[in-house]
Design a protein around this ligand. Sequence first.
Ligand code: ATP
Ligand code: LTN
Length: 329
Amino acid sequence: MSKPRVFSGVQPTGNIHLGNYLGALKQFVELQNTADCIYCIVDMHAITVPQDPEELKSHILDVAALYMAVGLDPEKSILFVQSEVSGHAELSWILTCNSYTGELSRMTQFKAKNKGQESAPAGLFTYPILMAADILLYDTNIVPVGNDQKQHIELCRDIALRINHKYGEDTLVVPEGQYMKEGARIMALDDPTNKMSKSAENEMSRISLLDEPAKIKKAIMRATTDSDAVIKYDPENKPGISNLLTIYGALSDTPIEEIEKKFDGAGYGDLKKELVTVVTESLEPIRERFNSIRYSSELTDILKDGAAKANAIAEPILERVQSRFGLGL
Ligand code: ATP
Ligand code: LTN
């Protein structure tokens, strides 16, 4: 039996944080040994909100180097930049013509980002269609992502099923989302009712994989908790402490109950101090590897080679879909 095809992507909108790592990248690395993996840096998604061109270029290479620093191996997985493979934009148009404005208006990410303005970029609205194109362009079976992408994955499946129903059941492969048991939704440190995000204004809301030990310490020691001084996992009533326990557990591969036991009777300060050590020790080797990869000439060669490999897979799939629709000669 052939290996399942895996596809996922990260936006080059800033440095990867613990949420991205524990919700998505950790799965990317684990899947490399059992699946045929394609990991993309989705630069066309990033321009749905204004980006400084110089910064975008540099963030693309940062994310690529971070991919490798966390353990993605270009010998095992295809690593490439979305805009280098033209099929993403081409398939996206075909899918746009088969998506409903109603279903796109229901996307919570769109509602949160457009804030009801008339002048919101149309790309924010069609963003999930481009994401569906990314996935469907490779006959993907599994999409490892964080929980916040569940609605987009469901939309991708709906579009694929709709097209298959009309143009033949084997037009598109219908993918499944895959989510972590722990870490699928890491919350912001300053406000544990919001997800940790690259674009949040407060730097102390997140821990980036490249943060220096002093910044890690400051962000964790300041993290919002509660006032009842019991270290217990209870996301509903104790979102701050539960978030810290989740990060602790996921990074140290320890079951949450074990951490609760270890800190039974201890104060929040004790948990935070140990968490600073766990996070700092986990991120140190990543930061070191990043520094050795980011400015090596090899990096762009790996991405170019990845784009060529991705294109070779995408081309016949795009042609198959175009021919089902009667496009071209
Ligand atoms: P932005 O804040 O700019 O929208 P982001 O931080 O959400 O960006 P993306 O590049 O959009 O990052 O997401 C990359 C991957 O990380 C996706 O699979 C997404 O589901 C996952 N992810 C993002 N934030 C979190 C989080 N807080 N917890 C778990 N997974 C997350
Ligand atoms: N929308 C995703 C990023 C993304 C993606 C994809 C994830 C773009 N295309 C394809 C998985 C598969 C996000 O995390 N915001």
